[in-house]
Design a protein around this ligand. Sequence first.
Ligand code: ATP
Ligand code: MG
Length: 708
Amino acid sequence: MRSINKQTLLKGLNPQQKDAVLRTKGPLLVLAGAGSGKTRVIAYKFAYLTSALNSHPSSILTMTFTNKAAEEMRQRIEKLINKSVKGSWIGTFHSMCNRILRKDIEKLGFKREFVIYDEDDTCNLIRSILKEFRIHEAIYKGIASKITSLKASLIGPKKFLSITNNNDDHYGFDEKFARVYVRYQDELKRNNALDFDDLIMLTVKLFEKHPDILKKYNNEFSYIMIDEFQDTNVAQYRLSKFLAGTRKNICVVGDDDQSIYRFRGANVENILSFERDFPKTKVVRLEQNYRSTQNILEAACEIITKNSLRKPKKLWSERGEGEKLFYCITNDEREEARYIARSIRELYLKGRHSYGDFSVLYRINLQSRALEEAMIEYSLPYKVIGGVSFYQRKEIKDIVSYLKFITNPDDSISLKRIINCPPRGIGAATITRIENEARKKNKSLFETMKHITHSNGTATALKKKVGSFVRLIEKLMSYKTSDIRRILLQIIEKTEYVKSIDEERAENLKELVNSVDGKDLRVFLDTVALYSSSDDSHEGDSVSLMTLHSAKGLEFPVVFIAGVEDGVLPHFHAVKSPEELQEERRLFYVGMTRAQDLLILSSARKRTLYSLIQKQEASRFLNEMSPDCYLCIERKPRREILAAPVGGPISLVKFTPFITGARVKHPKWGVGVVRDCYGETEDLKVMVNFSSVGVKRLSLRFANLEKL
Ligand code: ATP
Ligand code: MG
């Protein structure tokens, strides 16, 4: 295959972009607004390094945040250089760290077959610790996010303890939390498991403790590139510094106006620190936006300039004025959703757009329901990006947990997931008994179960039940792990799992089996664990529905932003804090700058939020835009009682709605957690995630749910 000629390559760039691409020695910071070609610089630079300078593709480390962005990056590069870059170091921070740790984690006392726990697994682990410590389980989410932000700042349990012991309550956590954190980390190690944040934190630790390993990578990588640098946290920043080594051939690109992950520990200060930590950094600014029409760009810039904490920057577009923005005021979220669906249908029928050209963005996940209903009503093909992903479905997670467990029998979280799934009469009491026994003997759960099975003495009911499970697992372990498809089929057959599920779920399992053909087991398990729900790829030609957070880095010809209301965007959590308000403004800016040709904003006069019908005001951000920017379309107001609970006060007494996150008990399916509660009057619906059967949608009137 012919590789691209240097001159042809550089023709695709403006002078500043060219400058950034040609600078191949020393630190480089590309700081520029949305749509100015930052990601393009990374792709072209990769092509330039490999084609013109003959660098080997595997000597370049390119990191970004989502699998989807990484995949897009890889495709852009392959198109440019006209050859495959399979096996090279292009990926997310997490997947690159996973690759490093798989080689050398033994030096940190873990086994190389470690499993990666996703959010669900870590929450289960935290809950079991809270239960043991007799701390209210309901706070597990708060604990999980505290642990995440500590790890993002490279504060492991030991360091945290030393901080709390010194009575320095700078981090504001009490001793109880410290105990949970220590225990959590111990349990992970005992299970030979890592959570997402460990992937980064432990790689940093590995480099700190073993300079020889770091040196190996410093020699291997001749160049490092990082996209969306504004969203790196302390740990990722430290990692980047390590990897840049002494050569410091590192290029980072970012936009402080698009920093939207502060709540997860991202630190926009990293952009400022970069110039300090890497003296002689060349800073390149890109000012031409190639994505959006002038009207869209100007409106977005008008909003973002209201933020005080930002680096000022210019941004202009040559794409012509384009259409004005539209802003539609509707009566409620259903009318809003129908307005959006109708607009999409009309634009589609004009023949200039395919469905994939449209995206509908929203601030909070629960907004997607009304939008989805309207998509269905208008027969529009759509895809929710960031909804429950394929790998998060219960049946898939169950079967994958079997796989995880037979590759790492120390993994007690997976064991607990599969031990009674499908039901085999091993209840919570039995599991607690085995757990106590395991703790006493300092053995893993499975070791303990094997011991019970093979011990002498009478065949108790416990021994029988546990014994048949142990034999099942041992049988599954005996298959050669190279044929993952066969193991999956065996798991499904031997566990008789299909008997306990409906047809749709069984179809999903077939899809799983078909998808693994020819894959390596380890690689498959890592992919599943690192696959976050926002990475769902677009299937066919369909409208994309997603949160503003998931939209980062993407672009669409037509963008709708729904729910431009105070309390939604900006989110009601943020309205009291000036800093959080600035983050909301950045989020709005990210959303607006995804649009290439048309940007349509909408709001509702009343909206059902958390089971209450609330009167909504238009977003304060709209007042920050000059009225010339947009055309306002107003639906005739309907006369209705506002601010009343769903169904009016009488039905509220009759059917007290459950709040999201509440734990409930169903007579047949046992304990579950409320995911959503919606609907009106006699027709209140509740969506509950039961550990036994997965998510069920129930009518509150007939469900007989008990509040726990
Ligand atoms: P974001 O801030 O949203 O991540 P970005 O700065 O990374 O945006 P890109 O996605 O790289 O911007 O580019 C935006 C669009 O402009 C893309 O479609 C890209 O192909 C196009 N583009 C960028 N630079 C040029 C150029 N010099 N000539 C033609 N098109 C360009
Ligand atoms: Mg980009």
